[in-house]
Each structure stands twice: as C-alpha cells, then as structure tokens.
Write a protein that binds this ligand. Structure first.
Ligand SMILES: O=C(O)CCC(=O)C(=O)O
Ligand SMILES: [Fe+2]
Length: 334
C-alpha cells in the first residue's frame, strides 16, 4: 500500500534531517483512510489535543502545565508498539491495513544504506485539525519516556487533504538548522519524514475544513550523528565545524534552536494556545532559558552563523554568481 521510499530520501535525511515525497499512497487508499478518520472524529473517538507546557512553578522548580490546543483532535492508535485504540481501528479497515503494512516502510528506509535501521513502529496517531486556527507550537518529537532505553528516531507524517488550497494554512514548517525554513503544505498523499529528536517543526494555524493526517514514530538506530556532518567541500567550512559539534550533541542542538528560533517559537506558542496565565508563564520560562543558553554561545559563532544563514551550497552559489556576471555582460553594451 505504501509507495517506494526512493534513494533521494537518504540524501535529504542525512544532510538536512528531513525528506518529502508526494503520492505516497494511492488516491483510493487516501480517500478511504480520510473518510474513516473523519467518521471516527464525528463519532467522538478522537479527543482534544493538549501539550504540557514547561513553566516555572511557584516553588521555583521547573514544572509542566497541560494546555489544550485549539481545534486539534487526535487518537493514539499505537503506543509503545501495542494497539491502544481498538475502537478506531475496528471502524477503519483501510487504515488498519495501511498500519499493518508499516513493515514495508521500515524495510524501504532500511534499504537506504547501512547507516539507517528502523526497528519498530513505536507510536501511531490520527489527527484532525478542524479550522479556526488549529496549530502546533515549535517542538521536537521527543519520546515521552526520554530515558536511556528510548530509541525514537524517525517521524513520518502522511497528509490526507484533497481539498487543501493556498490560504487554508495548516502547513507543517520544518526548521532544519542551518538550512532555510521549509514550509510544506499538507497536500493530499504527501509524506514527510524527519529525524524526530533533532528536527524542530510546527504546524501553522489552519483555516480550512478538516485537515487530516496520520503520524507515525519509528524506533531504530542511525549512524551518529544523524543528520550527518555536512560535506566540507560543499559548504562554508566554519559552519560545517559548528554544525558537526551541534549534531554530535542533540541536546545542545535543541538548546541552540531555542536561541536561534526564539521569536518563531514564541509566536508559534501564541498561535497554538488561547491567551492564558500558563501560556504567559511558558513564554517567560522560554525567554529565561533562552537567555541563559545565549550567554554560553560565543559571539564569533553567532556572527558566522548570521553571515551564512540560511546555508547555501557553495557550488550553487558560484554558479549563480557566474549567471549574474553573464547578465551584467549582456546588459553592459546596451
Ligand atoms: O500535524 C502535523 O503536521 C504534525 C503534528 C506534529 O508535529 C505532532 O503531532 O507531533
Ligand atoms: Fe511533531
């Protein structure tokens, strides 16, 4: 049921940590799965989605407070590798068959090379954003029990939105530092895969009717670091050095992203949650933590990154320069 994962996936995943493929399932499968998920939603089998926002508690400790996301409904079908919501799967035979074939995906990702092995489908979720701003704040898909044993590696999203048009919003925005932010419309049959623990992403506010998607989280092993170090001959060598260090230490990369994407993170929190005390407390804590991290980053590092962001391929830049020079020649004689 799943289309082949082609070889350019390996390149995208290793270099940028994400990869996009259209036509990932057939038109018929997409239509049937969408219908099944919407029917389950109509029958009340999906519940409103919440996030635990990190806040500073009155006793000074760091704690969590659950806030509901506006107009986002979901059901976890598989949790820790086991069926969690049998009532949704019983009513959704095509979705159940698609999930039963997740091994095809694992095998296809495994065929990308020795550097990647996907072991099991750890979690699966269906989700409906029902307009009027359903959004997700910037986040990483960290496993809930982020202890030693947790091996969550790859997030896969499948969008089922045949009516989506420009202006509906609900795009997933991937922030694959140090490359440019990538805004991906949730197009029907589109499949987006990324490294779960190192790819910052958010969902922009949605204003259409019923944005449907299937979320899969896979466990596995990848050559470390994942994504890989940048190829030194293709990019600015100073950025390659900084990125190599950050990618080797995913927790540092995530901390760095709090600084680099600070404004986007704050805006995404405001987009996803109603104005409330907990939201203000979460933003205050973000600013506090961001400021502490910022003080640990050397000014020269920030200067280099600011000069080069978003990172461009050196060869392509040279080709663009040559093209621009040709144009100058062309117009010189006029
Ligand atoms: O709705 C989407 O496009 C992605 C949702 C997401 O990021 C999540 O559930 O972790
Ligand atoms: Fe996510």
């Amino acid at each position: 049921m799943w289309a082949e994962v082609c070889s350019d996936a390996g390149f995208g995943l290793q270099e940028r940590g994400f990869w996009v493929r259209d036509h990932a399932v057939s038109e018929d499968v997409a239509a049937e799965v969408r219908e099944e998920i919407l029917k389950c939603h109509e029958e009340g089998l999906l519940s409103q989605s919440g996030n635990k926002l990190a806040v500073r508690l009155p006793d000074g400790n760091r704690g969590g407070s659950v806030c509901q996301k506006r107009n986002v409904f979901e059901a976890d079908l598989i949790v820790d590798g086991a069926v969690n919501c049998p009532e949704v799967l019983e009513k959704s035979p095509v979705l159940a068959a698609l999930l039963a074939q997740e091994g095809q995906l694992r095998k296809a990702f495994g065929n990308l090379g020795q550097w990647l092995r996907i072991d099991r489908l750890e979690q699966a979720k269906v989700q409906v954003n029902t307009s009027s701003g359903g959004a997700f704040p910037c986040h990483f898909d960290l496993p809930s029990q982020s202890g030693q044993g947790a091996k969550r590696l790859l997030t896969v999203l499948l969008y089922l939105n045949p009516q989506w048009v420009d202006g509906n919003g609900g795009e997933v925005e991937v922030l694959p530092f140090p490359f440019a932010n990538t805004v991906l419309p949730p197009l029907n049959r589109r499949f987006v895969a990324f490294s779960s623990c190192t790819t910052l992403h958010r969902v922009r506010p949605f204003f259409g009717t019923n944005r449907v998607c299937l979320n899969l989280w896979f466990e596995g092993e990848a050559e470390i670091p994942f994504p890989a170090p940048l190829e030194a001959d293709r990019f600015d060598h100073r950025v390659c050095n900084i990125v190599r260090i950050l990618r080797q230490r995913p927790a540092e990369l995530r901390a760095f992203c709090k600084v680099w994407y600070s404004d986007t993170m704050v805006q995404s929190l405001r987009d996803a949650f109603e104005e409330c005390q907990d939201l203000d407390a979460a933003i205050d804590l973000h600013v506090e933590e961001m400021t502490a991290i910022q003080s640990r980053i050397a000014k020269t590092t920030m200067d280099v990154l600011e000069e080069c962001f978003p990172l461009k391929n050196l060869q392509r830049e040279e080709a663009e320069d040559a093209e621009a020079a040709e144009l100058v020649d062309l117009f010189d004689g006029l």
